[in-house]
Design a protein around this ligand. Structure first.
Ligand code: PLP
Length: 359
């Protein structure tokens, strides 16, 4: 008789847990995980391929544990006078986030965020044996600073996670709110800017706050705007001492030579890979306008997705879209759905399918 999960001496706090999983379905229009819909151009593919070939010649050796070349390139990409010592990279920003909680969270410590927010945060906290608490976002999904300060006072969190722009709502935080939270926080403050490149004009990045706030961490990823979700490369900017803390908990050689080479090739081709960001931002604004014109409630978005609703039976709408070959995401507060911004044709298919399903 084969054993099941229930027969194993699994950690008590992992019993009944399910693996993370946005459905990976093979349908014509995939608008559910906020990817950039445009694959790399052939010349970028060729540059990546020759970088992999060069890395392949060294695969008998362990990779550079400190990934210094890559961190140098990332610092240059971020600007803000950042140095490689202020930048850290890992396999996706989800590994960066787990390392942050391993270093600064842990048993007896608490991580705080404001819901609705990224569904992975509680999983990172759980995996790092960190107590997870959430305050709430306002009706328009912004974070009220008075509420945030009260939550900080009550929970004394070791780590505060602020997604800006937030997933799944698309909401960016004003820097004044981040500054007030930094001033009140007893521990580390993480601003997750996974969608930073999609911000609307006039929405600033928290990178500019780093010099004044030594316990602030700004995380980024190459998975979204950079069209590099398959490459698995996330990174952060913070004080060099923060990077030293993460170097304690990272697995030795956590970034393979191939990952480092491919990410550096992608950064060399940033112009080409980011070329469609303006177009995606414009299409995001059009999608917001169109959905509002259809009478939906739509959250303001600084990201490459839009949260809209509300539906008495959102699952039925999600399923109806899927039946028409359009996969979006059933996430966020009850009654809302989230659609990623795809190509012109993909958004046309989404609009047509939604009109049919709700007719
Ligand atoms: C997509 C996303 C990430 C990026 O995750 P990767 O591991 O870098 O692919 C991080 N934070 C938020 C809020 C996201 O939505």
């Amino acid at each position: 008789m084969g054993q099941t999960l229930a027969d194993l001496p699994l950690r008590d706090d992992l019993r009944e847990e399910e693996p993370y999983g946005a459905p990976q379905l093979d349908v014509p229009v995939i608008l559910n995980v906020n990817e950039n819909p445009y694959p790399p151009d052939e010349d970028v593919v060729a540059d990546i391929a020759s970088s992999v070939a060069a890395a392949a010649r060294t695969l008998n050796r362990y990779p550079d544990r400190e990934a210094l070349g890559l961190r140098t390139d990332l610092a240059a990409y971020l600007g803000h006078d950042l140095t490689p010592a202020q930048v850290w990279a890992a396999n996706g920003s989800n590994e960066v986030m787990l390392q942050i909680l391993q270093a600064f969270g842990g048993p007896g410590r608490t991580a705080l965020s404001f819901a609705p927010t990224y569904s992975m945060y509680p999983e990172y906290a759980r995996d790092a044996c960190t107590t997870w608490v959430t305050g709430r976002r306002a009706e328009d999904f912004t974070v009220d600073p008075e509420h945030a300060l009260a939550q900080i006072e009550q929970h004394r969190p070791a780590v505060i996670l602020l997604a800006s722009p937030n997933n799944p709502t698309g909401t960016a935080l004003p820097l004044e709110v981040v500054e007030r939270i930094c001033a009140a926080a007893p521990g580390m403050v993480v601003v997750d800017e996974a969608y930073g490149e999609f911000r609307r004009d006039g929405t600033p990045s928290a990178l500019s706050l780093l010099p004044a706030h030594p316990r602030l961490i700004v995380t980024r990823t190459m998975s979204k705007a950079f069209a590099f979700a398959g490459g698995r490369l996330g990174y952060l900017a913070a004080d060099p001492a923060v990077v030293d803390a993460l170097r304690i908990v990272r697995l030795p050689y956590h970034l393979s030579a191939v990952t480092q080479a491919v990410a550096r090739a992608a950064l060399r081709n940033a112009g080409s890979l980011l070329a469609r960001v303006q177009e995606l931002r414009a299409r995001r604004d059009e999608t917001v306008g169109w959905l509002r014109g259809q009478g939906y409630r739509v959250a303001d978005s600084d990201a490459n997705f839009v949260l809209f609703g509300t539906f008495a039976d959102r699952h039925a709408v999600w399923q109806g879209l899927l039946d028409r070959g359009v996969l979006i995401r059933e996430t966020g507060p009850d009654g809302w759905l989230r659609v990623s911004i795809g190509t012109e044709q993909e958004m046309a298919a989404f609009r047509a399918a939604l009109q049919e399903v709700t007719a």
